[in-house]
Write a protein that binds this ligand. Structure first.
Ligand code: ZN
Ligand code: ZN
Length: 160
């Protein structure tokens, strides 16, 4: 079992590689290039840890001025499908979050339902079991979200 470190935002080099991948995807999909889309990708990739779409919109409003919520929601699936972001903490009380997937190792989450604390971990046995389950039912896996929900040590202590 390994504790996975929550990363800081992507550095300039990583950001350039991510944006190049996005531009390629935009060409492949025959979409128009858009500076707003790139600003959204940039803001998302520079964010630390886990964030909601609302967090992202708040960031963008400070750096880019007015950004339409609908635009952010429209760009989001592309960023997820192209592997720049992944959906995470779907069991969280404030709904689904996102986090950088680009140039980051896979990990799973433990969530405290009282204070929202998140622990990121990796355990090969769990990965192996999930592959075995998929194989048994004839699925080819493209991803998974594995989350454990409970009460963290600090909140347990406060309760007592
Ligand atoms: Zn807690
Ligand atoms: Zn995470």
């Amino acid at each position: 079992m390994r504790r996975v470190r929550t990363p800081t935002g992507l550095d300039e080099g990583g950001l350039e590689r991510a944006l190049e991948l996005l531009r390629e995807a935009v060409r492949r999909r025959g979409l128009r290039s858009s500076s707003v889309r790139e600003s959204i990708a940039r803001a998302a990739l520079q964010r630390e840890g886990h964030f909601t779409v609302d967090d992202l919109i708040r960031d963008l409003r400070t750096t880019e001025g007015e950004v339409h919520t609908a635009t952010v929601y429209r760009v989001r699936p592309l960023l997820v499908e192209e592997g720049l972001l992944q959906t995470t903490l779907v069991s969280s009380s404030d709904g689904a979050h996102y986090e950088r997937a680009f140039e980051r190792e896979h990990h799973d989450h433990l969530i405290c339902s009282q204070c929202g604390k998140v622990v990121e971990f990796f355990l090969e046995d769990i990965e192996e079991l999930q592959r075995a389950i998929a194989k048994k039912f004839g699925f080819r896996l493209t991803g998974h979200v594995h989350e454990l929900v409970g009460t963290c040590r600090d909140c347990l202590r406060t309760d007592a």
